[in-house]
Design a binder for this molecule. Structure first.
Ligand code: HEM
Length: 203
C-alpha cells in the first residue's frame, strides 16, 4: 500500500504561521497600552501618553503598509502583498483609537468644542482629513466592496498616499520643539513615494 507522506514545505509553514504571528505582533502595542493604562504605568499626563502612543503606532502601521509593495519589488517576495489589507486595517485601528481618545478623554464628547477644534486648528483639520480618508478605505476593504466598486476600487485605494502625507503633515505641524521624529517619518514617506514613482516609470 502506498502511503502519502505529508509535505512540509517552507511555503506551507509560512502561510500557516505568518498571518497569526503578524496579527499578534500588530496587536501588541494596543495590549501594552491597555496594560500600562490599567496598571497606572502611564506618565504624569496619561491622556497625552495615550494620544501620543496611539498616534505613533497609527503612523508606523501606515508606513509599514506602504512599504510592502516596494519591499516586494525589491526582494521578489510576492507573498508580502497578502498581508497589506491586514496591516492597513491595523493602521486604521490605531487611528480610530487615537481619534476616540481625543474625543472622549480630551473633549468629553463635547461636539461644539470638537467641531470648533477641527475647523480652527490646522493640525487637527489635517489629521481629521487623513482619518476620513482611512475610514473610507477601511469601509471598502472587503471583497464585496472590491467587487462592487470594480475598477474604481483601485482608484479609491490610492487615497492611502494623500492620507499618509496628511498624517505626516499633522505630526510636523503639532510638534513645538523637537522636530527630528516627524522629520524621520517624513523622510521614510518620501523614500516610499519615490520608490513607487520609480516602479511606475519602469512600467
Ligand atoms: C491618519 C491620522 C492620524 C495620524 C497618523 C496621527 C498621528 C499622530 C502622531 C504621530 C502624533 C504625535 C505623537 C507623538 O508626539 O509621539 C499625534 C498627536 C496628536 N494627534 Fe494625531 N494623528 C492622526 C489623526 C488625528 C486626528 C483625527 C485627531 C483629532 C481629531 C488627532 C489629534 C491629535 C492630538 C490632539 C495630538 C497631540 C497634540 C499635542 O498635544 O501636541 N490626530 N497624532
Amino acid at each position: 500500500m502506498h502511503i502519502k507522506k505529508p509535505q512540509f514545505s517552507a511555503e506551507k509553514l509560512r502561510r500557516f504561521l505568518l498571518k497569526p504571528v503578524l496579527f499578534l505582533l500588530a496587536s501588541s502595542p494596543a495590549g501594552w497600552l491597555l496594560y500600562d493604562a490599567l496598571n497606572g504605568q502611564l506618565s504624569a499626563n496619561p491622556i497625552e501618553d495615550l494620544t501620543y502612543r496611539s498616534g505613533d503606532w497609527a503612523l508606523r502601521f501606515l508606513l509599514i503598509t506602504l512599504a510592502l509593495s516596494p519591499l516586494k519589488n525589491a526582494t521578489g517576495w510576492t507573498f508580502l502583498i497578502r498581508y497589506r489589507r491586514m496591516l492597513g486595517l491595523f493602521a486604521f485601528f490605531y487611528v480610530l483609537l487615537h481619534f476616540l481618545i481625543w474625543l472622549a478623554l480630551d473633549h468629553y464628547w463635547e461636539f461644539s468644542e470638537i467641531s470648533e477644534d477641527i475647523v480652527k486648528r490646522p493640525y487637527i483639520t489635517v489629521g481629521f482629513s487623513a482619518f476620513i480618508m482611512l475610514l473610507a478605505l477601511a469601509l471598502t476593504s472587503t471583497r464585496k466592496a472590491m467587487r462592487k466598486l470594480g475598477r474604481n476600487w483601485k482608484k479609491l485605494h490610492q487615497l492611502i498616499y494623500p492620507a499618509a502625507v496628511l498624517a505626516v503633515l499633522h505630526y510636523l505641524w503639532l510638534v513645538k520643539a523637537d522636530i527630528l521624529q516627524p522629520l524621520i517619518y517624513a523622510g521614510v514617506l518620501v523614500f516610499l513615494l519615490l520608490a513607487r514613482r520609480i516602479k511606475e516609470t519602469q512600467k
